[in-house]
Design a protein around this ligand. Sequence first.
Ligand code: NAD
Ligand code: ZN
Length: 378
Amino acid sequence: MRALVYNGPFDVTVTDVPDATIEAPTDAVVRITTTNICGSDLHMYEGRTGVEPGTVFGHENMGVVEEVGPGVTGLKVGDRVSLPFNIGCGFCANCVARRTGFCLTVNEEMAGGAYGYASMGPYRGGQAELLRVPFADFNALVLPEGTEHENDFTMLSDVFPTGWHGVELSGQRPGESVVVFGAGPVGLMAAHSAMLRGASQVFVVDKQPDRLALAEAYGCTPLDYSAVDVVEQLTDATGGLGVDRGVEAVGYQAHDASGDEDPALTLNQLFASVKATGGIGVVGVYLPQDPGAPTEDLKNGRIALDYGLFFSKGQTMGTGQANVKSYNRELRDLIVAGRAEPGKIVSHELPLEDAPRGYDQFDKRVDGWTKVLLKPAA
Ligand code: NAD
Ligand code: ZN
């Protein structure tokens, strides 16, 4: 089968690899209809991780069940499914508690497994024609038949639940104000989620005009950090009190207004702009053991936080991988009901063979390349 393979920094190709097959009775094989490039793939693409050359990328996958193992009872050939990027077993202590991002069975060492991702287990990615899905009964979410809502449903494997998770971690309640740092796919999904959850106002911070325009299209207030003092604007807009809730959707690759990387910037701006006793949800990645990290400290995930400010304001903060399976069923139903429109962020639909161009343009943050979908069957 054809698959996108990592050769080294900034070098990916589409090539022939052995077909995905059933390896355990509880596996299914899914024929991929849509698989997305994610901001998380760029950490590997840029050579910032220890990912091995030869790895097939792709953790945002959906498709149609092609084959099921003898132990699979809830799925049948022909079912249209979304696959959460986290692979869970369904029976460990964390999966039972709905913390599927921290499955103890699939990846004991790191706690948490994913398709095609550095240090998250041996699972091949889905930027390919076929994908092996472990513990398929537990992991696959069945979607309505047909092809309707394909570009909305494809956001269910990662960015929509991840954005929702960021808002959930912040503790947002209806009527509250929310600020989201980052208007990449994850930040835009957090902003859309906050609106769906009844926010009174949602501010979205970035500097990319195309992404800020999408934030506006979701009913949010855009703030360009390269043009204004973000903390001052947020403080003024909330009568000096600060925003009720904040979401971090940038990660350690945050840039300052002059374009230099400053990994602690957005968290410190959240401490400063969220109100005393407010809540913060962090879904941007602060990657430990990053060989490409500019400093030894960052390699170990250590960054210079204004912890005293966070403490004195009595804020709360939640972090980590999204537990996709905790949310994807309800988010699917919001799409079916016409209430949620996560597919609005899609900028490009490319055949799988064009994936290297998609990586190059999305990585360079070329204006207009917001979310790239790959279609192996096209
Ligand atoms: P992305 O790189 O497309 O988006 C990041 C955005 O942040 C860009 O638009 C960039 O312009 C903006 N930005 C940079 N500096 C900024 C600043 N100082 N203030 C405001 N915005 C700034 O990536 P994405 O796909 O949206 O992912 C965002 C983060 O979420 C990444 O770190 C990714 O690895 C992570 N992620 C986490 C999970 C999870 O489960 N926790 C899942 C998916 C992705
Ligand atoms: Zn992703």
